[in-house]
Design a protein around this ligand. Structure first.
Ligand code: SF4
Length: 295
């Protein structure tokens, strides 16, 4: 027997959800305004009928009942009302007896809209990890890219999730403030992660899918793009300012020019030395070959 889920594309998921069943209770992103993000710009945000979702879950469970992980798409499924999420998580638990975790992208404002008890209930019901694009911990940069969050809302939302026992995987965007705001972006982003102490942290690099002119037109400030040395300096400042206890750090996304992996703080000095080595080396040793061609 065969059942095919029909997705409303484009569809995105974190790399660590490669083997998860992906369901789409929401279409698009309820915010959809960040100037650097084109992921859901072709979609108008909407919530799907839970009855439809339940039918999909039932059909999948009849042919594949051993699902262990489920990712709820699209851009911020945590915006869903508490009752909807509880009903959905219960349905998943029922349909898939081997289910170990459910995950979703979330915005800090989605977390702040829920009570502490609601977040604990969601975790008990199976929501084990959320993915949050912090992007920057600097209020000026956040405002210039129209993120709709501040360092304070980000910290408050994420700490709330962690206190409810939900793991946090967060992303920072290298180069987001350009040359002008690089130092404050690096230092304040480190301050935010220091206060949150997320389980997972990745550094991605700002990219321009519609060209740099398009991005500049949407950036509410003076944007001077970083070159590779600027990006490496910024990364170094960021890592140097971190005071993390036990966070898995990755910079190994397709956008990253220098692959770095480790546990922060344990590997902080080694990671800093790797960045320094690349910065000092005239051939920029360690950079991915595709980036070297652009030097
Ligand atoms: S909140 Fe996330 S998904 Fe939505 S526009 Fe911003 S970066 Fe994109």
């Amino acid at each position: 027997m065969h059942y095919s889920l029909i997705y409303e594309e484009p569809l995105f998921r974190p790399p660590s959800e490669a083997y998860s069943l992906i369901l789409q209770p929401t279409i698009g992103c309820s915010w959809n305004r960040c100037s650097f993000c084109e992921m859901y710009s072709t979609k108008k945000f909407r919530i799907r009928d839970i009855g439809e979702l339940k039918e999909e879950i039932k059909a999948i469970s009849e042919i594949q009942s051993d699902v262990k992980k489920v990712f709820l798409a699209d851009g911020n499924a945590l915006v869903l009302q508490h009752d909807y999420l509880v009903e959905l998580l219960a349905e998943l638990k029922n349909a898939f007896p081997k289910l170990i975790r459910v995950s979703a992208y979330a915005l800090p404002k989605d977390l702040l809209a829920k009570t502490d008890d609601e977040l604990s209930i969601l975790r008990e019901a199976g929501l084990k990890i959320i993915y949050v694009g912090i992007e920057s911990g600097d209020d000026e940069v956040l405002q210039m890219v129209d993120k709709g969050e501040t360092a304070a809302t980000t910290i408050e939302g994420l700490v709330k999730a962690r206190e409810a026992g939900i793991k946090c995987s967060v992303m920072i965007l290298n180069g987001l403030g350009g040359k002008t705001y690089s130092r404050q972006h690096a230092e304040n982003s480190a301050q935010v992660v220091n206060l949150v102490q997320p389980e997972y942290l990745s550094m991605l690099v700002l990219s321009f899918p519609h060209g740099i002119g398009h991005f500049k037109g949407r950036f509410k400030g003076n944007f001077e793009p970083c070159d590779i040395s600027d990006l490496l300096q910024e990364l170094k400042m960021f890592i140097d300012s971190t005071a993390l206890e036990q966070t898995v750090f990755r910079s190994d996304h397709a956008s990253n020019y220098l692959i770095l992996k480790g546990i922060l703080g344990r590997d902080k000095e080694r990671i800093l030395a790797e960045i320094e080595h690349t910065l000092e080396n005239p051939q920029k040793a360690g950079l991915r070959p595709e980036w070297l061609r652009g030097l």
